[in-house]
Design a binder for this molecule. Structure first.
Ligand SMILES: Nc1ncnc2c1ncn2[C@@H]1O[C@H](COP(=O)(O)OP(=O)(O)OP(=O)(O)O)[C@@H](O)[C@H]1O
Length: 252
């Protein structure tokens, strides 16, 4: 049994001071190291909010979150930033790449910002990762000359630079056509297998979700479904995804 990497206990999130909107309700969840998890749910169900909390970019209003046995609630803002740098990698749909910079400059950018000029070892590591994501020929090309799929692979290489234990991806295939999306997903799954890196991937795409090891569906800020698509089989998984299993009382 793999060790538990992420553990959420009764996480609630409320936005607003005067007018309060509760977005997450008692979310409890354990994610073992090395799991490839898809987080799905309708628009507004709280996926990004949960991902931001998992990524230590936002704090829950109540409840606890442990990553690698570290209670994030006990960390200061600076410690959280440090934690993010050391343990987490982010791949977002609008990947925050700088279009005027080259592939390798973009991969090294977070290091540059955090720690200063990269040394030869870091440079070699960036080069290795760029080769790993299949972009050896594009290493010195400006980002805005790459395709959407290639740019997403640059974002993955960048997320891997610190050898994170957990990668959080928000709609990593959302802006891509099916073929490019499949390739990006293949790459993430290969990295997951090679390094035992844990992945949490937010997606609207059922086909992406079905390739994950585990699917969690949020409905109105609560976990509605939590299952293992490969174990139950594709047909049954689609049945589960299509069933309207969760009807919650209106929040008071
Ligand atoms: N900073 C905020 N202040 C107030 N409400 C917010 C804030 N951020 C998100 N919300 C609300 O929280 C709810 C959940 O939003 P969230 O972005 O987490 O959903 P989502 O499932 O990621 O949606 P989508 O798939 O459309 O990106 C929405 O009703 C949204 O309007």
């Amino acid at each position: 049994m793999d060790k538990i990497l992420v553990s959420l206990d009764s996480v609630n999130k409320v936005y607003g001071d005067e007018v309060k909107t509760q977005v997450l309700f008692d979310v409890s969840l354990e994610i073992p190291q090395g799991q490839f998890l898809a987080l799905i749910g309708p628009s507004g169900s709280g996926k990004s909010t949960l991902l931001n909390i998992l990524g230590a970019l936002d704090r829950p209003s109540s409840g606890t979150i442990l990553i690698n046995q570290q209670n994030l609630g006990q960390l200061s803002e600076n410690q959280l930033a440090d934690f993010r740098n050391k343990f987490l990698g982010f791949v977002f749909q609008f990947h925050y790449l700088l279009p005027e910079f080259t592939t390798i400059e973009n991969v090294l950018l977070p290091y540059w910002i955090g720690k200063g000029k990269p040394n030869r070892q870091m440079f070699n590591e960036a080069q290795r990762l760029i080769e790993r994501v299949g972009l050896a020929n594009q290493i010195n090309k400006r980002i805005n000359l790459l395709s959407g799929g290639q740019q997403q692979r640059v974002a993955i290489a960048r997320a891997l630079l610190n050898r994170p234990q957990l990668i959080l991806a928000d709609e990593p295939t959302g802006a891509l056509d099916t073929k490019a999306g499949d390739q990006v997903l293949d790459l993430m799954q290969e990295i997951n297998g090679e390094n035992n890196t844990t992945f949490i991937v937010v997606t609207h795409d059922r086909n992406v979700a079905l390739r994950a090891e585990r699917i969690i569906e949020l409905i109105d800020g609560r976990i509605c479904k939590d299952f293992f698509p490969q174990e139950v089989g594709k047909e049954k998984s689609i049945e589960i995804l299509e069933s309207h299993a969760c009807v919650w009382d209106e929040p008071s």
